[in-house]
Design a protein around this ligand. Structure first.
Ligand SMILES: Nc1ncnc2c1ncn2[C@@H]1O[C@H](COP(=O)(O)OP(=O)(O)O)[C@@H](O)[C@H]1O
Ligand SMILES: [Mg+2]
Length: 307
């Protein structure tokens, strides 16, 4: 597997504060990589280092398998399109005119403008002034700007932040179509797991500057086994029976939850409860959602550093 971005112990400090802490990112070429973390986790700081906007305090970055040194940075970054936080647009100019300004700077052919307008589905409103655009439209125009130079790698920092549900939907659909249509790699940050869950092939979870997990969604879920949800008319007797059998069990939301259970365990528990004379009216194996796993991960790392 080849990696389009690799970082080695990438670190950024602000005085004594470590905003990004020894990050080893591996972003596979061709992936949609979701860089997930709550506010303040260090996502934007990492992205700014990847884009050469700030310098690392320690560690290194490889883009396209080349070390990113001050000297070689420009040629590598020519192959990268980025949208960090809000796009900077001229509100009094039309969408097309905004693209034209950047097109001249990048010295790319005029026909790129229609191409990217079509990609982000803004052709019909390209003649309207940007101040009349919705936030979702502005964000898609920002993505169009990032795509003008035909990048191999698109870096988007919280592309759905601040959008209404319709805008989120538009931007998410757009991101989903891009790898297929353009064959590019997308690195996007988000604090919205539900967003990333639907489009990412790989994820990295960051909190307080530290990478807590990196890999596929499947690998993350495999690390977090299913729970068995049991509904019974005698919850306290059932709890007692399960504890006696050494299951890790807790009571919440009017049900019992047994941790780390597979199908065979579930059948075994079901039989045991019935043989013990208890009425079981509900039994399901529940795989935690990415959202629940993410909360668990970030809460754990939060409490560790508080100790
Ligand atoms: N220029 C700066 N000076 C001091 N602290 C900063 C600076 N930039 C970011 N930080 C701090 O670094 C941490 C990570 O910030 P950031 O990368 O913006 O997080 P995220 O994008 O994940 O929300 C935050 O605690 C933030 O306050
Ligand atoms: Mg940020």
């Amino acid at each position: 597997m080849s990696f389009i971005i690799e970082t080695n112990q990438l670190t950024r400090r602000y005085r004594d504060f470590v905003a990004v802490d020894a990050l080893d990112l591996c972003v596979p070429t061709g992936s949609v990589y979701g860089f997930l973390g709550p506010n303040g986790a260090g996502k934007t700081t990492t992205i700014r280092m990847l884009l050469g906007l700030i310098t690392p305090s320690a560690g290194g970055i490889q883009l396209f398998s080349q070390p990113m040194t001050a000297k070689d940075r420009r040629s590598a970054l020519r192959r990268v399109g980025a949208l960090v936080e809000m796009p900077s647009l001229y509100p009094h100019l039309t969408g097309r005119q905004n693209l034209e300004v950047t097109r001249r700077l990048l010295e790319v052919p005029v026909n790129r403008i229609d191409h990217v307008l079509a990609l982000v589905k803004l052709r019909e409103v390209a003649g309207k002034r940007v101040r009349e655009y919705s936030l979702g439209m502005k964000q898609r125009l920002g993505i169009a700007l990032a795509l003008l130079g035909q990048p191999d790698l698109l870096i988007l920092d919280e592309p759905t932040n601040g959008l209404d549900p319709a805008g989120i939907h538009e931007v998410r659909d757009l991101i989903r179509t891009l790898p297929g249509e353009l064959g590019i790699t997308i690195f996007l940050s988000s604090h919205l797991l539900s967003e990333v869950e639907q489009i990412a092939t790989h994820i990295g979870v960051i909190n307080k500057g530290k990478l807590l997990f990196q890999g596929t969604l499947g690998a993350l879920q495999a690390q977090h086994p299913a729970e068995l949800r049991i509904g019974t008319r005698q919850p306290s007797a059932a709890l007692e029976w399960l504890a006696k059998q050494h299951w890790s069990v807790e009571s919440r939301d009017k049900a019992l939850y047994v941790r780390s259970v597979n199908q065979a365990d579930a059948a075994h528990i079901n039989k045991g409860l019935i043989q013990a004379g208890l009425d079981v009216f509900h039994l399901t194996l529940e795989q935690p959602t990415l959202e629940q796993i993410f909360l668990q991960l970030t809460q754990q790392s939060g409490s560790e550093s508080a100790q």
